[in-house]
Write a new protein. Structure first.
Length: 185
């Protein structure tokens, strides 16, 4: 079975520039693309195997990171954006024409509220933080990928330098647990 983790992962990936200050993302439209400007580098960049994140055609994983909400602005053709699923926790804004997800925002009370989810592969700028880990690997089986091949995927991720998790990385899972504990009081 031949498969692609993600075009930016299959042959390894380049380290980002710790002094990178941001850049622009564009949807996949050849004319009048949506443009989103990020005024900082991203955090927690990772490969995500969930069924909700936007992925390039044929890829098992998306590459998604976060940026503080105040560091993101839609700078061109924002009228082409629509929310993919209004009921989802992350309100994913995608181009109506090409389907690329430009950013996702959490509006409800949540540990990650205030962070926007972005796909820096939609940028021609170089220097973005490289992927740090792979999350939600078992979710591939929910999408029809053979469960018997998940260890092979984990090994392939490890071979390109990514630790894989069944959910998020331990620090992000701790942030979710801390938020839940604080909101029970």
């Amino acid at each position: 079975m031949s498969y692609s983790l993600h075009p930016n992962l299959d042959n390894g990936f380049s380290k980002g520039d710790p002094n990178f200050v941001g850049g622009k993302l564009h949807c996949l439209c050849s004319s009048n693309p949506v443009e989103v400007t990020l005024d900082s580098n991203v955090l927690h960049n990772h490969a995500c195997g969930c069924s909700l994140c936007w992925k390039p055609k044929g890829a098992l994983f998306s590459i998604v990171a976060v940026v503080p909400k105040e560091k993101l602005s839609v700078t061109a053709n924002g009228s082409k954006l629509q929310i993919v699923n209004p009921a989802a926790t992350i309100q994913r804004y995608a181009c109506k024409d090409c389907g690329a997800h430009l950013y996702g925002r959490i509006e409800k009370d949540h540990a990650f509220k205030g962070l926007d989810f972005v796909h820096v592969e939609l940028s021609d700028d170089k220097g973005w933080q490289e992927p740090q880990f792979a999350g939600f690997v078992p979710s591939l089986a929910e999408q029809g990928f053979p469960e018997s091949k998940l260890d092979e995927v984990r090994n392939k991720l490890k071979s390109v330098g990514l630790e894989s998790y069944d959910a998020l990385s331990p620090p992000l899972m701790q942030a979710l647990a801390d938020f839940a504990a604080q909101n029970k009081l």
